[in-house]
Ligand binder design. Sequence first.
Ligand code: ADP
Length: 561
Amino acid sequence: MLSAAGMPLGHIALVHPDGERAETLAKALRTAGHRVTLVPTGPGQRVLQRVIECAPDLLIGSLTLADPPFATVARGVRQALGQDPPILVLFQNDASDAPPETDEIFRESADFLELTVRVGQILRHQAQRRVLQRKTQELLGLYKMSWAFSLAGGAEALYAHLSRQSAELLKAERGLVFLFDADRRQMVAQAPGFGITPEQVSRARYSVDGDARSRWNFRKNGPLISNKAQADSRLLNDIVLDLGLQSLMVAPINRGPQILGLLMVADRGGRAPFSDEDLNLLLALAGQATVAVENLRLHDEIKRANSLLQEYDRLKSEFVGIVAHDFRRPLMAIRGFAELVLEEPELTLETRQEFMRTVISETEHLALLANDTLLITQIETGQFSFNFSEVDLGPFILDAVPLGLSDHSVLMDIPAGFPKIVADPERLRQCLTNLVTNAVKYSPEGGSITVRCRERGAQSIVLEVLDHGLGIPQDQIGKLFGKFARVRTDEHMKISGTGLGLYICRLIAEGHGGQIWVESEVGKGSTFGMVLPIDARTARPADARSAEGAPAPVKGTVPSS
Ligand code: ADP
């Protein structure tokens, strides 16, 4: 409050043993606009208690007070009320008796105008000091918040801290953090809140596209104060009623224009209203909350990335283990047969030739295994570039598929004038060879194999390889395109293989922006199919394309198995 002359007004407690003099002083101070409480003195009067009870903005006392001495009153006031309020003593002759607790001294004989001017100055300093004190408290609160954020252990501790600290700093009885769930397009209250039950928190959520659109919009309207929340048409009444809120303030937690969530405090003790100044503090707190929420998000992301890395590491070890095992078997065979040829002089020429043919075929097997392993590693680590060019599928397939197999007949079902596609011919040939070789391998009784091509819409084609072989049990189909996946039946395991071929086909299909699948029935046969885009350069997955849209190395893929 200010006087007409712009001086701050206050509540003054006056302690003076001379009743008449006290009245005159009080009158002068009241004329200047101050509220004055005259504290009775004399035996049996509880001077100190009365001063403390009226909690004045300024205490004026006289050094002539003897019972109790003013020094005792001043000391007691300091103990009970701290530095607030200032103490001014009036002295008659000797100011050196003023107790050390006093802030100002003043000669009794000076005139009233001088006294009221001095009192005005003291009260102004007092008001400034209080503002500074409040700011310091707020800064301390903000500082405490930011420290706690960096130390907070996980989401729950963070939301508990945010809601409690914000509420306590703003002298509110409740605090709650809402975060935006982009998938559901909902604002969702985060547990735990402060002064709000867990059940209430779990119910507090709303869709931002529904009723909320016609209410308060934080993007357009900014932060909000509502001191009559239940009758406020800007708010979603259901939530206000369910939380039983009377008054509230909400500040957005935002990163640039993007609103990540809201920080809310509600219900002041004694139903006191929230002011613009309070809202400014809440905005500062929401700024801190943004940093904390972002930190938490990044922390979670790092944790996820870390566990993914651990998974990659595990897969790598598994890969190295299996590769070592698969390399050892042909190496042992090569060594065994080579030793026999070298050390057994009685062997016939035919036997030696047969052994050497085995050595050559095992060497070829090893070379293939090494190539497959290398290709997988390159594709998975993003070091492989596909070489796309135009492929005329009809002649290409005729050229790639081996005809004239002894136990199998191969049928081609490719419509005339089939469109050209853009693909990596070398890799496409590898896929096709894998699928046809499998069809032959896993049809030990022979039978027909069909290679079929179809257009699918204007943008893609389907390439299928059908056989009438062993088939695949349904429960093993899900894992079939993973690394080292083999069908674990006696019949399948009799046939040698590494379980890498289909995985490579999958990486190649995906590297073209396509997909691979299988349909199969045990004892009847299998159909392996690939859907490929007409132009792999434009259809590759977004993350596998460079910024200019030019083909980029394919990123690693974690198999689903
Ligand atoms: P490999 O044949 O070297 O083991 P692949 O990755 O090509 O490796 O195939 C994985 C597994 O899928 C094979 O081990 C086999 O069990 C099964 N499989 C593949 N093609 C067929 C098929 N046409 N019919 C039945 N099973 C098949």
